[in-house]
Design a protein around this ligand. Structure first.
Ligand SMILES: Cc1cc2nc3c(=O)[nH]c(=O)nc-3n(C[C@H](O)[C@H](O)[C@H](O)COP(=O)(O)O)c2cc1C
Length: 295
């Protein structure tokens, strides 16, 4: 069972108090300058706000990694979220990533050996039995968060009796935010159409847009023709409308960039820079973009 000792309600209360304090302080736009946030709703940026100072514990980030070639950057992204945001990161893989991109001897371990080794080490040390207890000791402010991996079929493999908890609901409740990077065309299509045949899409299909209003960050990555296909725009429009309230977005899209793609073609479709994904995640966690004090 996944636990969250500081509840979302506590967080929202703290956040409201902090926003009231910040209204009387000068604003600092530095944190927003380098992001492509054209698709998002901006609110007043805060000063020295960090996710951990708001939550009073490590932020909880679900990182969905789907079957784009950019999945090779997943381990590095997980490490950076754990290090730079001092977040506990639970990585949720699709079957394609598990079976192809992240398999030993396949793309990831070869492409980015150094980060792969660090990532494996971080996952191994995160499996300590005292994991949840340690989270609430004082050292979390200084050290990186922990990283664990969850697999597409895991909840079915571990579900034995009616009294067992349901993993996609536990993870949904545990998370403060879900970041899907890279987001493949296939998983985008599933989210937009409400399909949920693996752990990640079950979590997103069970996302609570009504009450908790936790944000979702999507970073699509695909071949240019896939990106420019009319369905992509239609599906992104549908997904971005989920949970939108008074012009505030629950779903924030970090746009792909133009470069030479893995297939050799040049065009838009490459995964956004990790810096942009991380800063957007941080801003969503601190409610500087996306849903802002709507509760
Ligand atoms: C080498 C290779 C690279 C791929 N890269 C991408 C990609 O960048 N973006 C994408 O949307 N699909 C890409 N695909 C296709 C997906 O892997 C495929 O649609 C898969 O079903 C995605 O499943 P998932 O979304 O459940 O992970 C690629 C396939 C291969 C074989």
């Amino acid at each position: 069972m996944v636990n969250s000792e500081v509840s979302w309600q506590d967080f929202v209360r703290k956040k409201k108090e902090q926003q009231e304090r910040l209204l009387s302080t000068p604003k600092n736009d530095d944190a927003n300058q380098n992001n492509d946030l054209s698709s998002t709703t901006m609110s007043a940026p805060t000063t020295a706000t960090t996710p951990e100072s708001l939550y009073g514990r490590r932020p909880h980030i679900l990182l969905g990694v789907t079957g784009s070639i950019a999945a090779v950057k997943g381990p590095r992204l997980a490490l950076r979220l754990a290090n730079e945001l001092k977040a506990n990161v639970k990585v949720v893989l699709t079957r394609t990533v598990e079976q192809y991109f992240w398999k030993e001897g396949r793309a990831v371990p070869t492409y980015d050996r150094e980060n792969w080794i660090d990532f494996e080490r971080a996952v191994a040390t995160s499996k300590r039995p005292d994991e949840d207890e340690k989270e609430h000791t004082t050292d979390w402010k200084l050290t990186s968060g922990r990283i664990s991996i969850h697999y597409a079929e895991e909840e079915w493999n571990d579900y034995k009796s009616l009294s067992d908890s349901v993993l996609h609901i536990d993870l949904r409740n545990w998370a403060d935010i879900c970041v899907v990077a890279p987001l493949s065309a296939h998983t985008l299509g599933k989210i937009a159409n409400g399909l949920c045949d693996d752990l990640l899409t079950c979590i997103l299909r069970a996302w609570d847009f009504g009450n908790t209003k936790k944000p979702i960050v999507l970073a699509p990555a695909m071949n240019t023709a896939m990106w420019e296909h009319p369905l992509t725009n239609m599906q992104l429009k549908t997904v971005k409308s989920l949970g939108r309230e008074e012009g505030k977005d629950a779903v924030v899209v970090v746009q792909p960039v133009a470069k030479t793609l893995a297939c050799g073609e040049v065009g838009v479709g490459a995964l956004a820079e990790l810096d942009d994904i991380i800063s957007t995640t941080k801003q969503c966690l601190t409610h500087m973009i996306g849903n802002v004090s709507v509760i």
